[in-house]
Write a protein that binds this ligand. Structure first.
Ligand SMILES: Cc1cc2nc3c(=O)[nH]c(=O)nc-3n(C[C@H](O)[C@H](O)[C@H](O)COP(=O)(O)OP(=O)(O)OC[C@H]3O[C@@H](n4cnc5c(N)ncnc54)[C@H](O)[C@@H]3O)c2cc1C
Length: 287
């Protein structure tokens, strides 16, 4: 049960939603899929005086082809992200991340924007969007700005969103045809958040190669591994990538799911597996 009263608004347009945020921003929370907000309110950890639901705002969901990028509305549900033909073709790493989330109910209610705005460090989308070089569109009454993942994710469950801003869209660069990718996650209980994640995105023929790590720092960590793979995906290269992941996780936060040492060790394992799996998808001689 949710104790405490709140006013509830269900605007139908983005302009209305932004005006409501502008008017009520201090005690206001946006409601997307409610998969995180509702339990948090039920536990009494948040008691907003005003809720603005984004569920009836037109134009905030869906996937558009914008030439060299895909633009995804913040209210796009995980189930859609995981199965949309444009995402499967041009950013399949993101689709793999979406399909790995929670269970079928969570995937049909939860949204891309809700997960990114909540910014749980081990959330599947944080690692995937940062690895893919995504940009984030923040809008408010009378203004908007685009941020990189590096600028958007600030700290544990903290983003650059101001109280009167909402995340309205996410732009993902289309990945080169023939790229390899992998989304590796370690979770200890079915349906739960992962403890450590690694995402690899490797372009063919010496193109960009990136490794993202999640759950090992307050924000996603992205390593450029193009140079390490200069002589191909050799055992020595995988060793070096494992060592870099282990180093990058040196400040991993400890919790009930794992100590700092455990997360570092698992970062090494997940990183090696992600890069090896992504490399396996490249055509022979593709790197
Ligand atoms: C059982 C269970 C298992 C889960 N397992 C996983 C998992 O394995 N991996 C994983 O990554 N996640 C997992 N999740 C989290 C899930 O992905 C949620 O969908 C997500 O964290 C929140 O998205 P939401 O759309 O439900 O947002 P909400 O709960 O509605 O909102 C979350 C927060 O974001 C704010 N917000 C929402 N939308 C916007 C916006 N557009 N702009 C600005 N602020 C906004 C809200 O005000 C609120 O503070 C799980 C959740 C549950 C309940």
């Amino acid at each position: 049960m949710i104790a405490g009263e709140f006013e509830f608004f269900a605007p139908k347009t983005l302009a209305e939603a932004l005006t409501l945020l502008h008017t009520h921003h201090s005690g206001c929370r946006l409601l997307a899929g409610g998969m995180t907000l509702v339990p948090v309110m039920t536990l009494g950890l948040a008691q907003p005086g005003v809720i603005v639901s984004l569920n009836h705002v037109s134009g905030l969901d869906g996937v558009e082809d914008r030439g060299t990028t895909l633009r995804l509305g913040a209210m796009t549900r995980h189930a859609t992200v995981g199965s949309h033909p444009l995402i499967l073709e041009h950013a399949p790493l993101l689709a793999a991340a979406a399909r790995a989330i929670g269970d079928v109910q969570v995937r049909h209610r939860g949204t891309l924007g809700g997960s990114l705005a909540h910014a749980e460090p081990a959330a599947d989308y944080l690692c995937a969007t940062a690895t893919l070089g995504a940009r984030f569109l923040l809008q408010k009454h009378g203004g908007e700005r685009w941020l990189s993942a590096d600028a958007f994710f600030v700290d544990v469950m903290t983003t650059a969103l101001a109280p009167d801003e909402l995340l309205s869209a996410i732009e993902i660069p289309k990945q080169a045809a023939g790229s390899g990718y992998a989304h590796q996650r370690l979770r200890r209980v079915e349906g739960a958040f992962p403890t450590v994640l690694a995402a690899a995105q490797i372009a063919p023929r010496g193109g960009p190669a990136r490794l993202g790590l999640g759950g090992v720092a307050p924000r996603p960590v992205v390593l450029d591994i193009g140079e390490v793979l200069g002589n191909g995906v050799t055992p020595a290269a995988l060793d070096e990538i494992g060592t870099r992941a282990f180093d990058a996780a040196r400040h991993a936060l400890a919790d009930l799911n794992g100590s700092t040492d455990y997360r570092r060790a698992m970062a090494r394992v997940c990183a090696r597996r992600a890069v090896a799996a992504a490399a396996d998808m490249l055509a022979p001689g593709g790197r």
